[in-house]
Design a binder for this molecule. Structure first.
Ligand code: F6R
Length: 609
């Protein structure tokens, strides 16, 4: 839930740590800090608040060194404050630790260490790590860290430096991601790829139970028992430009505009119009499994859960396979009846969401076949599954998911066409039509994006409203949920997503001239039903904005405002209907001056339960 960056080499370290933290800031942003070492001196700078505040403080008083660590925090133990901000130190201030995760047994360890004379100065769980390493340190940081991590219960990615071991970072992990970037005479550690892209594309992912000792010219790997490990570098294709705003005011807006390309990239090389085949060789689930599974269970949280709901419509409509979509955080404590022949599909942009990972692991233990839909390479969820259907959305920096949502829907559309084909659920003709419909989506998305200014104008009229209702049915219901989530998380306006038909069972009581309703109404099997729902709102003085097909002339006199989108196969309409809702939320938040890319209280990947 936090971001870690580490550097050892000859360059000026502070800009590397600060720029790195800015790229990790989406992971948490309530406090930040760095430690810069030059051998015999440990210099720490920490602030409550965002990286910008840290940067300003460093401008006033500069730090110099050759190795060090940076951290951006999303508080779990200990309120956000300068004191609780990382890095944390031992009693002698010679050992410095940054940590992402939670140490579940920290109180026990703290009590033992206190009884042994260690002095604690923060409310955090992390501080125990610094004192444990101090306790075990004699002449090797590596072996002290090794002994310390064996006492920790919970999940952690830690990096440790000491003024007694010049130009050395020791890093270890169980749970949250750690990536090591290999340079020439310099090396890096980071919580994800983004900060490393400007320096190197040669990457090594640390696995759970592994640690590394990093110096400017070497990286050595071992397990927690001290057995050395050989690990190979991977060359990654993400480019530094992908993590820049490139002229957009916010990453979120840039990412909304990237969606046509993201769909093209996610479909690329996976559809053959000649054979009607969907090539998903990497998914690790055999054709015979796809032919025989009796059920699919999609496990996800937040926006990924909404993509899962859309996926359910795709799979049930095209392949006829019963599909459940479960909130990962609920699944863990329910008595879900998981049958043998059920394909588990965790959907997670980051591949690190703690709830999704834990729920999914409990399924994997039962030996069910599994296939993860993830955007991040080598993620924990991806590695736990039989295979990964990778979405090619590139790095998503805005905390509110946009392009990864569309990419997840594209991945689930591919899976459902593949399922339908191998199970003989659709004719060759229908198969080809579906593929063509899917391939036309990016162009239609571009047409909607060309009308962004019109959506901005509509948003301007609604900036001062406090409540919104979002309605949709069937395949548009998840889009109503997602539209409402986007609005509330970035603009802090209360918004509720509802299935259109449910409105009369309660929410209709809320309708008045102060609560506008956004209706998602492509011309589909529930179009007429949705028109009735609109009329129920209009008769109660409600204001209705409709996202509808541009050739739908009938809608014009039934609602107050229409946001037109190109007509498409109704099943695939979520790819299009979602864009106006993303833009509407974005412009409202932006006009209200909200911190669009880093909304309050949120973090991009939620690696705590
Ligand atoms: C909302 C949002 C979150 C994530 C959720 C799951 O805009 O981004 O609701 O969708 O935290 O994250 P992943 O997909 O990384 O598992």
């Amino acid at each position: 839930m936090c971001g870690i960056i580490g550097y050892v080499g000859k360059q000026d370290i502070v800009p590397i740590l600060i720029e790195g933290l800015k790229k990790l800031e989406y992971r948490g942003y309530d406090s930040a800090g760095i430690a810069v070492l030059n051998g015999d001196e440990v210099q720490i700078r920490r602030v409550k608040g965002k990286i910008k505040i840290l940067e300003d403080s460093l401008r006033e008083e500069q730090l110099k060194g050759t190795y060090g660590l940076g951290h951006t925090r999303w508080a779990t133990h200990g309120r956000p404050s300068e004191e609780n901000a990382h890095p944390h130190r031992d009693c002698s201030h010679s050992i410095v630790v940054v940590h992402n995760g939670i140490i579940e047994n920290y109180i026990e360890i703290k009590n033992t260490l206190k009884a042994e004379g260690h002095k604690f100065v923060t409310e955090t769980d992390t501080e125990v790590i610094a004192h444990l390493v101090e306790k075990y340190y004699s002449n090797s940081l590596e072996s002290a860290v090794q002994k310390a991590v064996k006492e920790l219960v919970g999940n952690f990615a830690i990096s440790v430096v000491s003024k007694n071991e010049k130009d050395t970072i020791v890093t270890a992990k169980v749970g949250p991601p750690t990536v090591i970037g290999l340079g020439e005479g310099e090396n890096f550690i980071s919580s994800d790829l983004n900060p490393l892209l400007s320096y190197t594309q040669e990457i090594i992912f640390l696995e759970d139970g592994e640690m590394a000792v990093i110096t400017p010219n070497s990286v050595r790997f071992s397990d927690f028992e001290g057995n050395s490990l050989e690990k190979k570098a991977e060359h990654i294709t993400w480019s530094p430009l992908m993590v820049e705003k490139q002229g957009y005011k916010h990453f979120m807006l840039k990412e909304i505009f990237e969606q046509p390309q993201v769909i093209r990239d996610t479909l690329a090389g996976r559809l053959s119009l000649d054979s009607g085949k969907v090539f998903l060789d990497e998914i690790g689930v055999s054709e015979s499994t796809l032919q025989t599974v009796k059920r699919v269970v999609i496990i996800a949280c937040g926006t990924s859960y909404h993509a899962g709901l859309v996926g359910k419509c795709f799979i049930e409509t095209l392949a006829g396979v019963p599909t459940d979509v479960v909130y990962a955080s609920e699944y863990r404590y329910e008595d879900y009846i998981l049958e043998d022949n059920t394909l588990a599909v965790p959907v997670s942009q980051s591949g690190e969401t703690a709830d999704t990972l834990a729920a999914f692991k409990s399924i994997v233990e039962k030996n069910n076949p599994s296939l993860a839909v993830c955007n991040v390479l080598n993620s924990s969820i991806g590695r736990t599954a039989d295979g990964v259907l990778l979405t090619h959305a590139g790095p998503e920096i805005g905390v509110a998911a946009t392009k990864t949502f569309s990419a997840q829907m594209a991945a689930l559309a591919l899976l459902s066409i593949r399922l339908a084909k191998v199970r003989g659920a659709i004719s060759m003709e229908d198969n080809i039509v579906l593929m063509k419909d899917l391939q036309r989506i990016p162009h239609k998305m571009e047409e909607i994006l060309m009308r962004a200014k019109e959506i901005e104008k509509i948003a301007q009229q609604f900036v001062s409203y406090s409540h919104f209702l979002y309605l949709g049915r069937w395949v548009s219901f998840p889009i109503a949920l997602e539209g409402a989530l986007k609005l509330k998380e970035i603009s802090y306006i209360h918004a509720e997503g509802y299935p259109g038909g449910e409105m009369k069972h309660g929410p209709i009581a809320l309708i008045d001239e102060k609560m506008p309703t956004m209706v998602v109404i492509p011309r589909d099997r529930v179009y007429d039903k949705m028109l009735s729902n609109i009329s129920e709102i209009k008769t109660r003085m409600g204001y209705v904005i409709a996202v509808a097909f541009e050739d739908d002339q009938g809608i014009l006199d039934k609602v107050d405002k229409v946001i037109p989108i190109p007509a498409t196969n109704p099943l695939f309409s979520p790819f299009l209907t979602t864009i106006p809702l993303q833009l509407f939320a974005y412009y409202i938040a932006s006009i209200r001056g909200a911190d669009v890319d880093q909304p309050r209280n949120l973090a991009k990947s939620v690696t705590v339960e």
